[in-house]
Ligand binder design. Structure first.
Ligand code: K7E
Ligand code: RUQ
Ligand code: CUA
Ligand code: CA
Length: 623
């Protein structure tokens, strides 16, 4: 166990350093207290502001009406992405990514099985950061990218069909934490590597932490292949892009390069790494890299010759102890970082970063915002909203006022609202684009404590919807949403920017569709190929007869043309459930190693005679 270090207690009290042991406790206590009191007295804000401007905070979406926004939530350990409507907070869909999922047949047909197998064969992931692709700094509705913190992967979801279509296992990275594209036009997707490991991690340098490395991995969004890695001093955590293609930022909480919590919290200051992308691309073009596991690795550590040049490829900006979130303001002017052990946000001006000799001269403000500031999001009116983990609050502050005021002053703070409890991320509508809407904000709270009926020792988290559209009335909490653990982050996108298809276009699919009347079974050398349609209420063949030991490949097309009529082809004893939506074709291959009668059934309730939508797989025993 770790004792707080004595030198920590001797620090500048403004650092308000909190030993980690007391961290969650402090948060929970704050939560409990504020719940009892109903409001905090720090500033003139409260949790029940009464009515905001009439109608504007109306989050009621009547039956039959549609939400204004999509919210894409990361699903945490479930390995999935969840789609909500905002402001109703109705759960609309789940998109399996790193997990197996029956309703989508995800991981049960050849294509998705192979994709998961090629991506390492793991059965779960830890999804934290969903980011929608952009064109010219606007959400373009093409893709959604997510990280897998568990296994060092990035995945791409195609938003035409709301399904995962690519996963890359980053060869030099463990613990891919941040995921974010280089803006304005999604040139790369970055996996931000949190855990330092030997490179390559093949048994060398096992217990020599000084030889471990974190890398930023750039992936091509079209091919989903790694393009380059940049290795850094310290580690990396959350990331965000500037708006003009030059800068990418990440926080680094382990500048100490330690392996224990005590070591990782020794230093008063850690840093934000600012990656100068054109300079990095130039190093790549010049061959200034070492290839490791097939990926060019460019040296961006503090001592790298590439950082002693006129134009360093990575700049290190000192920020207070153990920073966590960093985001760029919608106009691209500032990057704002904050962390766990200091009560300020640090504001860096992007244009200055390129000019100044000392990157610390790019720091133009450091407002004091509250305890445990983790993540910051934006509206279109010059405000920043920062989640305060320890205080269990969201603080709204004025960015320009913070730049103008003295470091560590509270002058820029406008208002605080209690949330329940211990927020990690927050997100606001369109906040990652250059066109935030400034109406809805969601606080993703880690603790729900007393907010819902008890359901045993594992609690739901609480995603709270807050109206931020009325600067005079202030922020208004309008809804609690219990959520299965544990989303970390969300992206809220206007529905005009997302245009999914509701029926497949066969041209988008890898497999040749089976047309009605073209059902076919061919046999050759212990291999049986079945091509058959499915539709209300039958499969193309009533019986499929094979020999024990045959390799069986079934390709099936849902030939329905009406929206919303989904079928599946389940052969449970062979662990198969292939879902097909209208005009979708899927294939599954298996070895018929168990003689007997196996009912093939449709596992989607597709029609009145759904239960009768069945065929038989007859596996004749070897003699
Ligand atoms: Cu703050 Cu993974 Cu974005 Cu969670 S991280 S909270
Ligand atoms: S049957 S309508 Cu399985 Cu009770 Cu569902
Ligand atoms: Cu098709 Cu049920
Ligand atoms: Ca640290």
């Amino acid at each position: 166990t770790t004792e707080p270090t004595t030198d920590a207690d001797d620090r500048d009290p403004l650092f308000a350093r909190i030993p980690r042991r007391d961290f969650m406790k402090a948060g929970a206590a704050t939560g409990a207290l504020t719940a009892l009191a109903g409001c905090t007295s720090m500033l003139e804000s409260d949790g029940d502001n009464g009515t905001a401007a009439a109608g504007s905070a109306d989050h009621h979406v009547p039956p039959g009406e549609l939400d204004e926004y999509y919210a894409f939530f990361s699903g945490g350990h479930s390995g999935e992405v969840r789609v909500y409507g905002v402001p109703s907070m109705r759960s609309l869909m789940r998109i399996p990514v790193f997990n197996l999922e029956g309703a989508r047949g995800y991981g049960y047909d050849d294509e998705t099985r192979e994709m998961l197998e090629d991506a390492g064969g793991y059965t779960w992931g830890d999804v934290h950061h969903p980011r929608v692709s952009q064109t010219d700094n606007e959400y373009d509705g093409r893709w959604l990218f997510v990280n897998d913190k568990a296994n060092g992967r990035l995945a791409r979801i195609c938003l035409k069909y709301f399904e995962t279509d690519a996963i890359v296992d980053l060869p030099n990275q463990q613990g891919t934490h941040g995921a974010c594209a280089l803006m304005p036009d999604t040139k790369y997707i970055f996996g931000v590597g949190e855990f330092r490991v030997p490179m390559p991690n093949d048994g060398r340098d096992l217990d020599d932490p000084s030889a471990y490395t974190s890398v930023l991995s750039a992936v091509d969004p079209e091919t989903m292949n790694p393009v380059f890695d940049v290795k850094v001093s310290g580690n990396l955590d959350n990331g965000d892009s500037g708006k003009n293609g030059r800068w990418f930022f990440s926080t680094s909480y382990n500048s100490e390069e330690g392996v224990t919590e005590r070591e990782m919290t020794q230093a008063d200051m850690d840093w934000v790494t600012a990656f100068d992308m054109p300079a990095i691309e130039e190093a790549l073009d010049n061959g200034d890299y070492e290839e490791i596991n097939g990926v060019p690795v460019i040296d961006g550590t503090k001592d790298s010759p590439l950082n002693n040049a006129d134009r360093p490829i990575v700049r290190y900006v000192d920020v207070p102890s153990n920073p966590h979130g960093v985001t760029v303001t919608p106009d691209g002017t500032y990057a704002i970082a904050s962390g766990k052990l200091d009560n300020t946000c640090t504001i860096m001006e992007l244009d200055l970063l390129g000019e100044v000799g000392d990157p610390n001269d790019a720091i133009v403000g450091q407002p004091q915002v509250g305890m445990g500031p983790l993540h910051t999001r934006y509206d279109e009116r010059g405000h920043a909203y920062t989640s305060l983990f320890v205080d269990s609050q969201i603080v709204k502050w004025d960015i320009e006022a913070a730049v103008e005021s003295e470091p560590r002053s509270e002058d820029a703070v406008i208002e605080k609202i209690d949330v329940h409890y211990n927020p990690g991320h927050l997100n606001a509508s369109q906040s990652f684009s250059s066109d935030p809407k400034g109406d809805w904000l969601i606080s993703l709270n880690k603790q729900s404590l007393d907010r819902f009926l008890p359901v045993g020792p594992t609690f739901p988290v609480n995603d709270q919807l807050i109206y931020i559209g009325d600067d005079e009335e202030g922020m208004e909490l309008v809804k609690d949403t219990p959520t299965y653990p544990e989303p970390h982050d969300a992206t809220i996108v206007h529905r005009d920017n997302i245009n999914p298809e509701t029926v497949y276009d066969p041209d988008d699919l890898a497999l040749e569709p089976v047309a009605g009347g073209e059902d076919d079974i061919t046999r050759e050398d212990g291999r049986v190929e079945v091509r058959m349609i499915n539709q209300r209420n039958q499969f193309g063949f009533q019986d499929i007869t094979v020999q024990e030991g045959d390799e069986v490949e079934i390709t099936t097309t849902n030939i329905e043309t009406s929206e919303n009529i989904v079928h599946s082809l389940a052969i449970p004893q062979y662990d198969i459930n292939v879902k097909t939506a209208p005009q979708e074709t899927r294939k599954v291959t298996f070895t018929a190693d168990k003689p007997g009668v196996y009912w093939i059934y449709c596992a989607y309730f597709c029609s009145a005679l759904h239960l009768e939508m069945r065929s038989r797989l007859l596996v004749e025993p070897e003699d």
